[in-house]
Design a protein around this ligand. Sequence first.
Ligand code: AMP
Length: 480
Amino acid sequence: MSSFSNLQLAPSLARAVAEMGYESMTPIQAQAIPVVLAGQDVMGAAQTGTGKTAAFSLPLLQRMLRHENSSTSPARHPVRALVLLPTRELADQVAQQIKLYAKYTQLRSTVVFGGMDMKPQTLELKKGVEVLVATPGRLLDHIEAKNAVLNQVEYVVLDEADRMLDIGFLPDLQRILSYLPKQRTTLLFSATFSPEIKRLAGSYLQDPVTIEVARPNETASTVAQHFYSVSDDDKRRALRQVLNQNGLKQAFVFVNSKLGCARLARSLERDGLKTAALHGDKSQDERLKALDAFKRGEVDLLVCTDVAARGLDIKDVPAVFNFDVPFNAEDYVHRIGRTGRAGASGLAATFVSGSDQRLISDIEKLIKKKIELEAVEFEDDRPRGRFNSGRRAWAEEDPRDAMESSSPPSRDTGSRGGRGRPAAPPADPFFNKPYEPTVRAEDAPAASWEAAQAKSSRSVSSNIKTKRKVPALFKSDEPV
Ligand code: AMP
């Protein structure tokens, strides 16, 4: 792998990189950094987790150093680089990383996204920033309020462009891009190069260099993929069983609907697992808190929808559960990409019920592997202690109320079987008492990915109000 020292980065940037503990460049960095330094546009196929933030921000910062100045005048710090991302979490994470890389320079950066008060963002913008990280909707609000002036932008990054189009940001992107000078460098990153992405690139990029590092249908060979045939009623039990059998302490649990997400999280909580839900209806503060609690190990299971989890910078999670088979096969690849990263082994368990056959064959086609369904052999008929079967929680659900954008609205969702289920058990406060879980956090053997957390140097964003330092879930001491 190539070393950062070959790049001849400015000492201020090289120092920041050294502090991050990066030993060598990741493939996207090795390919993209020289191209961006040379001033060419880039169309990059790379997912979050490949080191793509550094791949675009280091060369952009290097090129912007010529504008570096210590003046306190906002006019001397116009926006020179604009980084657009689809979600608040992604924007926040990318902004945090850029701050770290720019730490020893005099270049300023900030982030604006929706769901937060505009005022503090406005104050930051008015002070002047060279790098502006933003989600499209909130950026337009600031442009309209004349808080952000973009006529001196020289560099634009459209990150997770496929997701921005999926979410319906194309008109917003077109408007934003219309405010920018034509003479600029544009970098577009996307997990896929769909015809829409190619059209977007055709309209806004000039002779881009195409860089591909991880195709969307590639699943890491370090991920053990299991597909369990299990009825909707038995999925929660199956989840606990797979966790216990594998001595797993933490996992992501994916579902297809917002409502299903909230309800599953509550049911699992009642089963005695420390659980948090991450979905589009959660406030920004709640989402960031849930994520932080998971990173700190205070939450065992993070139950999430695809939209809410997209792009979250959490790696080396030991297991990913597809409680619902995703509607889009590509989401399967995205979901399980959370585990088995950087050479660590991971487990991806997918619960398949009778109605999922078509979705499973879509996944088979995408990953080009035959999927063998396994049966779950339950060790015990009931978990220890008395517990609420959780059926009550699902009883009156109409999953169509709560779809997030990645799922087709006409289909039944992952929180399946809501209708026609057996009657709810009678209300009895005893049932709501959590049962004693079989594996407790403190009993479980420390996984290697956890040990790596302690070494991490990532800090918490000013947007995340935590009292303690948050360790990250990646191996900062190993090459990606
Ligand atoms: P990204 O794909 O940009 O979200 O980056 C994923 C994670 O990899 C971030 O936490 C980075 O800090 C980390 N990272 C980026 N580049 C490297 C590198 N060259 N070596 C090790 N870790 C890296």
